[in-house]
Design a protein around this ligand. Structure first.
Ligand code: ZN
Length: 218
């Protein structure tokens, strides 16, 4: 089942919680796996961690595109553990849970991730560069860490402000769309009673068309 992604700012405290390991053979885990794949298929993107869809369990899904590996299916990792090595690299990151923004963060250049796959087999894979950064980003989610926790306090507050601003703008646009829809709907349904509204809109439309004709002539 597709599940809604939890986002900041409203779900910040939930996204900051640490997740617990999954019981590999349980029915609960097979439900989690189904929900993870169903949600990720809709979202696409590079990766998804279970806490992002409100499940505080150590499960992540990574797209083969993010990893540069040949597997066609997204790679499921149950109870993954990470060993990092090498220098720090600067990577630009974005996240479904931190909408409308992106930022540069430091990540280790190399990592080895050990996990149990969707067939119940123990696996261990080495990554470097961008794929290594993706793995570190997703595993951070399991410990309640977001990439915005890796930038300066000032930058974090600017990013959160920007998110807030975009959300407010979208809410306002939605409200206006609803108002317009309701007014059109009312005038259609009740005719004369809302004649005034109807006239206002058609006047606006006529004026717009007039301007357009004028422009095309000149
Ligand atoms: Zn993320």
């Amino acid at each position: 089942m597709y599940r809604q992604v939890l986002k900041v700012p409203e779900n910040l405290s939930k996204l900051r919680q640490k997740s617990s390991p999954v019981d590999i053979d349980s029915a609960e885990t097979s439900h989690i796996i189904t929900d993870m794949f169903d949600t990720f298929r809709v979202l696409e993107g590079y990766g998804l961690a279970a806490p992002q869809i409100g499940i505080q369990k150590r499960v992540i899904v990574i797209s083969p595109r993010a990893l540069g590996v040949g597997e066609e299916e997204a790679l499921l990792m149950l109870n993954p553990t990470l060993e990092t090595s090498g220098e720090q690299q600067r990577v630009v990151e974005a996240c479904f849970s931190v909408p409308y923004v992106h930022a540069y963060v430091n990540r280790f250049e190399q990592c080895t991730v050990s996990f149990i796959d969707d067939k119940g087999e123990d696996r261990s894979l080495d990554f470097s560069g961008f794929p290594a950064a993706c793995i570190q980003h997703e595993l951070d989610h399991l410990d309640g860490v977001l990439y915005i926790d890796k930038v300066s306090r000032l930058q974090r507050s600017l990013l959160l402000k920007k998110i807030h601003k975009v959300i407010k703008k979208k809410e306002k646009e939605e409200k206006e769309r609803m108002k317009e829809f309701m007014e059109d709907h009312m005038s259609l349904q009740y005719g004369d009673g809302t004649e005034k509204t109807k006239t206002t809109y058609s006047k606006k439309r006529k004026a717009k068309a007039r301007r357009k004709r004028k422009r095309s002539r000149s």
